[in-house]
Design a protein around this ligand. Structure first.
Ligand code: MN
Length: 287
């Protein structure tokens, strides 16, 4: 299989102005949401964060509506970490694997998982192991090389599937993640907020204990704030859900109604996460 960097042009930027400039040159932005600055959108409007959160997910629209639409001119601009949603959108737009190798059930699962992972038990769903395999890839960072590697991995997955040994490994690691999420340090603040410091992603587990979770990731030095659904977020915070909380937390905080977090590219400590959790709890009580 030819490496992706020989097939498409892909540029990474953490800067809104640079994404806007590249978009003007004809690069298609994929999930280029920049908190308070908003989203940079190309012809296919490939974002669903912040003010664009009313749109369907990008992988869903790319696979279903725009397969190979950028095959003749495969230039993209990206930001953040290469998640399955963005990666699959690029593969579909650039036609990097045949359409027949991207099952509807797979891109729909990627979309559901991106928009609201909480109710999903991936271990028991069709293509759940494939998505988990991608989620479990290590050392994917916020840079161009990681995007190329993630796209390579996703192409290989779509073209060749998983070996039974890989399936066993995927299941074992997911079972371990669930166990670690449930035994991580959990600190309730007020009635609605749960502060979590964990080495694993475990929102699907933590939402069972509180409607609003503030999670600190030591690895990313970042804070994530989430509610289990848009409905829960709006019942708790009012119309717009967590967007109101982000506005209260300051410049650069952002995301969607039900999940988001601290400004991209800024380093946070656990104490700042606790501070944010208390600020949110106090705001919820007085609003
Ligand atoms: Mn997404």
């Amino acid at each position: 299989m030819q490496h992706t960097d020989a097939l498409i042009e892909l540029l990474y930027t953490d800067r809104f102005a640079e994404a806007l400039r590249l978009c003007g040159l004809g690069y298609e932005p994929i999930e280029c949401a920049y908190g308070g600055d908003g989203s940079v959108l190309g012809a296919f409007a490939m974002d669903h964060h912040g003010s664009e959160s009313w749109r369907e997910g990008v992988a869903l629209r790319a696979c279903r509506d725009h397969y190979a639409a950028r095959k003749q001119d495969p230039r993209f601009v990206v930001t953040g970490t290469p998640d399955a949603d963005a990666v699959l959108a690029i593969i579909a737009l650039a036609g990097l694997v045949p359409a027949s190798q991207i099952p509807e059930a797979f891109y729909e699962l990627v979309n559901l998982h991106d928009v609201d992972p909480v109710p999903l038990d991936l271990l028991s769903l069709p293509f759940g192991e494939e998505l988990l395999f991608f989620q479990q890839l290590e050392h994917l960072r916020r840079d161009q090389a990681s995007f190329f590697r993630a796209i390579d991995e996703m192409r290989r997955l779509l073209l060749g599937g998983l070996q039974s040994k890989q399936r066993t490994m995927v299941r074992r690691r997911e079972e371990r993640r669930i166990e670690m999420a449930e035994t991580s340090s959990l600190e309730p603040i007020g009635d609605a907020v749960l502060l979590v410091e964990s080495r694993v992603w475990g929102f699907d587990r933590w939402y069972r204990k509180a409607p609003l979770v503030v999670s600190y990731s030591q690895r990313g030095a970042s804070i994530t704030v989430g509610c289990r659904s848009v409905e829960v977020a709006e019942a708790l915070c009012g119309e717009g859900g967590l967007m109101r909380v982000f506005a209260h937390l300051g410049y650069g905080w952002g995301g969607r109604e039900s999940i988001g977090g601290s400004p991209r590219g800024v380093v946070f400590s656990f104490d700042q996460a606790r501070e944010a959790a208390h600020k949110i709890a106090a705001w919820l009580e007085q609003k």
